[in-house]
Design a protein around this ligand. Sequence first.
Ligand SMILES: *Cc1c(COP(=O)(O)O)cnc(C)c1O
Length: 450
Amino acid sequence: MARPPSPLPSVDALLQAPESYVLLQRFGRTAVTAALRSVLADRRSAREFGAAAGDLIDEAANRLAARFARSQRPVFNLTGTVLHTNLGRAPLPPEAGEAAAAALQSATSLEFDLDTGRRGERDDHVAPLLCELTGAEAATVVNNNAAAVMLALNTIALGKQVIVSRGELIEIGGAFRVPDIIARSGAVLREVGTTNRTHASDYRDAIGAETGALLRVHQANYAISGFTAAVPTPDLAAIAHDARLPLVEDLGSGSLVDLERWGLPHEPTPRESLDAGADLVTFSGDKLLGGPQVGLIVGNKTWITAVNRNPLKRALRVDKGRLAALEAVLRLYQMPETLADRLPALRLLTRPEADINATAQRVAAVLATIWPDRPVRVEPCRSQIGSGALPIDLLPSAAVTIGGADLEGLAAWLRRLPRPVVGRIAHARLFLDCRCLEAADEASFIAQFR
Ligand SMILES: *Cc1c(COP(=O)(O)O)cnc(C)c1O
């Protein structure tokens, strides 16, 4: 006669078992009870009786670990795209991360003037720095550059036409499309010119009583070459100002410094746009600037005041953590000599190829011992700046490349490491571009494989 199955232990018995003690300390009674219940329920429905209490508690521990695991986690970005939008764009310097953490965990002088004891403005922590670094009269900060464009146009051209060249009606990855943003800003798009050529007369002929502004959009993520014509910004500003209209320029990435100083391709700066006569210039904080996700609007004081009075500004404003991080990053720009060392985005973009290659050699040596059956080697490759910046300029770099079967499976395994590793598959190999694996992280990267 078959022995009747021994019944499963009760939840109470499991909670009192010594093995549950650490779980209770860490996760609390509610969560541990729920996990034990779900383990017991699964055993019962699978008709598996007679499990040892220790095994049931171990399984509950696994479920608790999975349930409480952080969803957003630091990863190793070995994709070769430095400012990778899906991987959070620019990594912040430690002083910015610390400033953000301190601000988020405490009361701060966010909108409080410590000299007078009266109410202050949150933008005052960064606006003077932005003016100093761009030469602007005034500056303001919002959630991101998409918000900056929308707020600027809503302030200037609500219900009016915004004139844009057809060569600049671009889409940035995700959901930023210039025509859609203009429509949502409450302005009316007035396209002029053609995809490849737009002339001064196209703008002049389109200006009328309905016009609210001229808009220039930096062709961030593509280039038109061949038979092309565009109106230089100083000329466009003159056309706008002759008609008493403002010129708004969306620079996209924008860079606060001339990147050619570090051997990188030229990227237009807000200072250049303002010098050329643009009235408001918008750009992102987390692209080439190397800071947190924000959108910056700099330019004419009257227009910035109007932007700040717009009720939408309140809806698009930035929290104290990001403002603290932005302030710390902008302070690094006040010391340009050390910028390329201290600002991670710039440090990664200017990292010498020989240095990247040396990292790749060390990593390849370790991976070759872990996967003796796979071909592992170091190959030259090209990194991208990312975030739509400088699309045609690729930076010489070095990658560890891994061949063999089931590269998708290998990539998935790398993504399940404690600090996930994200590479890219190309030419039947998995590429791990080592540009963004800096010396300080190399030991912890390699330790994950041991
Ligand atoms: C990236 C980009 C945007 C959007 O900026 P976000 O900060 O991502 O909102 C807008 N315009 C241009 C030209 C860009 O390159």
